[in-house]
Design a protein around this ligand. Structure first.
Ligand SMILES: *[C@@H]1O[C@H](CO)[C@@H](O)[C@H](O)[C@H]1NC(C)=O
Ligand SMILES: *[C@@H]1O[C@H](CO)[C@@H](O)[C@H](O)[C@H]1NC(C)=O
Ligand SMILES: *[C@@H]1O[C@H](CO)[C@@H](O)[C@H](O)[C@H]1NC(C)=O
Ligand SMILES: *[C@@H]1O[C@H](CO)[C@@H](O)[C@H](O)[C@H]1NC(C)=O
Ligand SMILES: *[C@@H]1O[C@H](CO)[C@@H](O)[C@H](O)[C@H]1NC(C)=O
Length: 406
């Protein structure tokens, strides 16, 4: 009897599993079933969102790994838009996205991805938009980064890329929009861009490009190919003020997606506001994003220390003056005092100027140690991704937790 009741409950559960988990907001967006589980310290994609979800956001959680078949095994096959931005993903199984046949828009920005196999998106044949910005792709091999026939929009903004190997984009025949701005590129071989025959928009901007004849030629070539591109090197070498102006000029025109895509396609595909251009950050927001609290604290401490030293110095001089320090009489004595004063000034100057010699580099997020992913797709993963997590109250899941629990 009890067993029967149990079975009935189980079957009810599996057929009527339509409640929205507590951590999520469920609603519809342009007729699509949307579940938004944002900023909830979630550690795995198995949150209990009903299988029918089509727009699924798990942004700002603490997911660190995407296991093979972790969506498929939970029955998520209708997802069209998947947002995993601002997690701590450093490992993605080769078949992690298996079953997501309808996935159009995948957002993996602001994670800790260093490496992924180039055929990882074969399981998602409909993928149009891929956002990989703010990951750590600093060691790129001379091989295709991604192999995908349909992908149209690829964002590699702020991925610490130092150079673009020639074969990087050879397997993206339909790529139309590419963003590789805010990386550490100082040279660019045109052979990287040549395979992208359909490219019609390119973002390259960073602060490291030398505006030399070579780079001006590259810009000219890009524009001559009919690619929408905003030149930032002038014909002549820019004067300093022009250079500063062009650095300050972060405003970007919003891209009209209608110029790129066929918007008369089926109504129920995806919400186009998602493809809207990321808003350019104001310098303050940029600062905010690039500086961790620790760095801010260290810098604040240094400034405070410097001010303290100067104030003490001034105060000491004043007090000394009031007490009418005896002025040395003999010329030799006076010279000695002056030399001591010089020495003290020198030390003070050193203390003020070189206080930051032991502090970490303040550029970007190099301060945060970043766990490294293995360079093969075998499941020999370290658990080091969990140690340096700002929001790590919840421990990450054991390896098998992605499996359905019943
Ligand atoms: C598209 O869907 C909206 C509702 O989401 C509807 O109002 C509109 O008529 C549809 N357009 C077409 C062309 O089917
Ligand atoms: C846009 O897509 C619709 C339906 O998918 C198709 O009928 C139409 O010819 C396409 N238009 C262009 C300009 O490609
Ligand atoms: C639009 O979608 C519906 C169901 O999602 C499908 O039956 C129909 O064939 C689609 N139309 C086009 C033009 O793709
Ligand atoms: C894109 O954003 C702009 C404002 O930033 C807004 O006016 C426009 O409607 C948005 N486009 C879509 C398709 O949501
Ligand atoms: C990906 O997520 C980030 C952060 O939530 C957002 O700024 C960006 O616009 C998203 N990218 C796409 C293509 O939707």
């Amino acid at each position: 009897m009890l067993l029967l009741l149990f079975i009935v409950i189980l079957s009810l559960d599996s057929t009527l599993c339509v409640s929205c988990p507590k951590q999520c907001d469920c609603d519809t967006e342009n007729g699509l079933n949307k579940a938004s589980c944002v900023d909830q310290n979630i550690v795995s994609v198995a949150v209990g969102v009903p299988k029918q979800v089509q727009v699924y956001s798990l942004s700002r959680n603490v997911i660190s790994e995407l296991d093979n078949f972790c969506f498929k095994e939970l029955g998520y096959t209708s997802i069209q838009v998947l947002d995993l931005s601002y997690n701590q993903i450093f490992w993605i199984g080769l078949h992690a996205f298996s079953g997501l046949d309808q996935l159009v828009d995948l957002n993996l920005s602001n994670n800790r991805i260093r490496y992924f196999p180039s055929d990882i998106f074969w399981d998602t044949p409909q993928l149009d938009i891929l956002d990989l910005s703010s990951n750590i792709l600093e060691t790129l091999k001379n091989e295709p980064l991604i192999m995908h026939n349909k992908l149209q929009v690829l964002n590699l903004n702020s991925c610490r890329i130092k150079s673009l190997p020639d074969r990087l984009f050879t397997r993206l025949p339909n790529l139309k929009k590419l963003d590789i701005s805010e990386n550490y590129l100082v040279t660019l071989s045109l052979d990287v861009l040549r395979p992208l025959r359909k490219l019609n928009r390119l973002e390259l901007r960073n602060d490291y490009w030398p505006c030399n004849a070579n780079f001006i030629a590259i810009e000219t070539w890009i524009v001559s190919r009919g690619i929408a591109y905003e030149k930032f090197c002038k014909k002549k070498l820019p004067t300093m003020s022009e250079k500063i102006m062009s650095m300050l000029h972060v405003e970007r025109k919003p891209v009209d997606i209608g110029e790129i895509w066929n918007l008369t396609a089926n109504n129920t595909t995806i919400d186009l506001s998602i493809c809207n251009e990321t808003k350019p950050l104001t310098p303050f927001q940029k600062f905010d994003r690039n500086f961790s609290a620790l760095q801010a604290f260290v810098i604040g401490l240094e400034i405070g220390l410097a001010i303290g030293i100067i104030a003490t110095y001034v105060w000491l001089r004043r007090v000394c003056g009031q007490l009418r320090c005896r002025r040395p009489q003999s010329r030799r004595e006076r010279r000695r005092v002056r030399r001591e004063g010089d020495m003290r000034n020198h030390l003070l100057w050193n203390a003020v100027v070189h206080t930051n010699m032991e502090t970490p580099p303040i550029y970007r997020r190099q301060v945060l140690p970043v766990p490294s992913a293995p360079f093969n797709s075998q499941p020999t993963r370290g658990r080091e991704g969990n140690t340096n997590v700002e929001r790590s109250e919840t421990p990450p899941p054991p390896y098998h937790e992605c499996r359905p629990s019943g």
